[in-house]
Design a protein around this ligand. Structure first.
Ligand SMILES: *Cc1c(COP(=O)(O)O)cnc(C)c1O
Length: 464
């Protein structure tokens, strides 16, 4: 399997290369040259396998993406290692809530959010590919909370990799901060930036744009622009296909990575009725789909902070497909968006998107209502991101035939304040994390200054 860039100007690469590189050299995102194809019988078999043996199903699906980069036994070992620490042996339990309404629980990994499902695999494959290539890598991540902790849980302690995670100082939840700062591993470096998430993000972008520094430090990205994450996320869509009819999937969406994995699964042969983009009041994606104009504004702080995003990087992948893989158009469109902060979608692209997706946005008040309603009607606590999905699902439930599956992207204990506000109950941490508040924290508080961050990274990379 070879990978090409959505902007058409980077050379095709194999899986190990795109895994280690993250972003394509022309600024585009890597995509498989063609989608692996599964027949209806394959899909049925895979979803049955996923229910009893998630590791085998994941290995089979991923092997179509990894091609010759890893042997079957290497892949199986890394997948099994990735999911061994999950606290539910079904890995992604599909829980019925009401008639034709299901929650797909994606929060049973070490950091209680769905990002573990991909990053735990990615970290292991990354270390393996790096060992084959030789040399070191420096992973730099800006986080509003969940990506940082999942990256640290996946990469902490791995050889030849340094991880630098920038979070906005005093702007992540205490659970999120402690999950990052209590890592015992010497290759993990936490930076509490005296600024916002957007400041952290622009510093990371500037570090990558500094070609000299990026090459010398072997910078790489493991955020959701890395296609390996999308590949690993297709698996749980197949796992949910054991229902009687093709489901509507409702996906709480920020950077469009998780929901694009649903499009990927459908292009691979999985029958999906519709993919619902559920956003909070940062509704750029809902506006793009409903009004046909993709325009970014200022990110607003909400109860679902991991979705407080204005520019959804992976939307470029959906545009690439919706345009019939027209890389030249994507390149022009992304340039226009970068300059104008606005892009009008051509009718052909828009109707291709609307065939596959619908979008709903829910504000904080509706998010709290959804949390309260799920508690009242089904006796369950859900986190505020899942609640945005439930809010969207309630608009379709009982009005459409067929099953609705809401992706539950985080454990309620990760966002205790919002859950308490909606239900009056503080959800307890799962037993494996009960000592989180006793562990020693390590982080460096640094000014919102590119040179300071670059110097900090340079010092530590040179000494490791
Ligand atoms: C990251 C995250 C999301 C958004 O996922 P995308 O792939 O960026 O769309 C939703 N919910 C939670 C809990 C997250 O951590």
């Amino acid at each position: 399997m070879r990978y090409i860039s959505t902007r058409g100007l980077a050379p095709a690469q194999d899986f190990a290369q795109i895994l280690l590189a993250g972003l394509a050299s022309d600024g585009g995102l890597f995509m498989p040259e063609e989608w692996p194809q599964f027949s209806p019988a394959d899909v049925k078999r895979l979803s049955a396998t996923a229910e009893s043996d998630y590791d085998s199903a994941a290995t089979e699906i991923l092997s179509h993406f990894t091609g010759k980069s890893f042997s079957h036994s290497e892949l199986l070992a890394d997948v099994a290692g990735a999911y061994a620490g999950f606290d539910d042996e079904r890995i992604v339990p599909l829980e019925p809530l009401g008639p034709e309404l299901f929650l797909l629980e994606l929060f049973h990994g070490p950091t209680l959010a769905f990002k573990d499902l991909a990053l735990q695999v990615l970290g292991r494959l990354f270390a393996r590919a790096l060992a084959k290539r030789g040399g070191r890598a420096t992973v730099v991540v800006a986080t509003s909370g969940d990506t940082g902790s999942a990256a640290i849980a996946a990469l902490g302690g791995l050889p030849n990799i340094d991880v630098f995670v920038l979070h906005p100082h005093n702007r992540v939840s205490e659970v999120q901060r402690r999950q990052m700062t209590t890592s015992p591993h010497g290759n993990v470096h936490n930076i509490a930036l005296e600024g916002t998430f957007d400041d952290a993000q622009s510093i990371v972008k500037a570090l990558f744009a500094d070609a000299d520094f990026a090459a010398r430090a072997h910078l790489t990205a493991v955020n959701s622009i890395n296609f390996a994450r999308i590949a690993a996320q297709t698996v749980y869509y197949f796992a949910a296909a054991r229902l009687d009819a093709p489901p509507i999937f409702v996906v709480p969406t920020g950077n469009f990575g998780d929901i694009f994995a649903g499009e990927a699964a459908s292009r691979m042969g999985l029958e999906i009725e519709k993919l619902i983009i559920a956003t909070n009041s940062n509704d750029i994606l809902a506006r793009a789909l409903n009004d046909g104009v993709y325009a970014s504004g200022r990110a607003e702080a909400t109860l679902s902070p991991s979705m407080d995003i204005q520019v959804a990087s992976n939307f470029e992948r959906a545009l690439f497909e919706a345009s019939g893989r027209d890389a030249e158009w994507v390149r022009d469109a992304m340039n226009e968006f970068a300059h104008e902060k606005k892009l009008e979608l051509p009718m052909k692209v828009l109707s291709a998107l609307r065939d596959r997706y619908a979008a709903v946005s829910c504000n904080d008040a509706e998010t709290l209502d959804a949390m309260a309603r799920v508690h009242r009607e089904f006796g369950r606590l859900i986190d505020p991101h899942t609640a945005v999905g439930m809010c969207a699902a309630f608009k379709f439930w009982k009005k459409t035939a067929g099953p609705i599956v809401v992706l539950s992207t985080a454990h309620p204990a990760k966002f205790p304040d919002a859950v308490k506000r909606a239900t009056g109950i503080t959800p307890p941490l799962p037993p494996h994390m009960a000592d989180l508040y006793e562990k020693k924290e390590r982080m460096s508080v640094l000014p919102n200054d590119l040179a300071a961050i670059r110097g900090f990274i340079k010092d530590r990379v040179a000494h490791s």
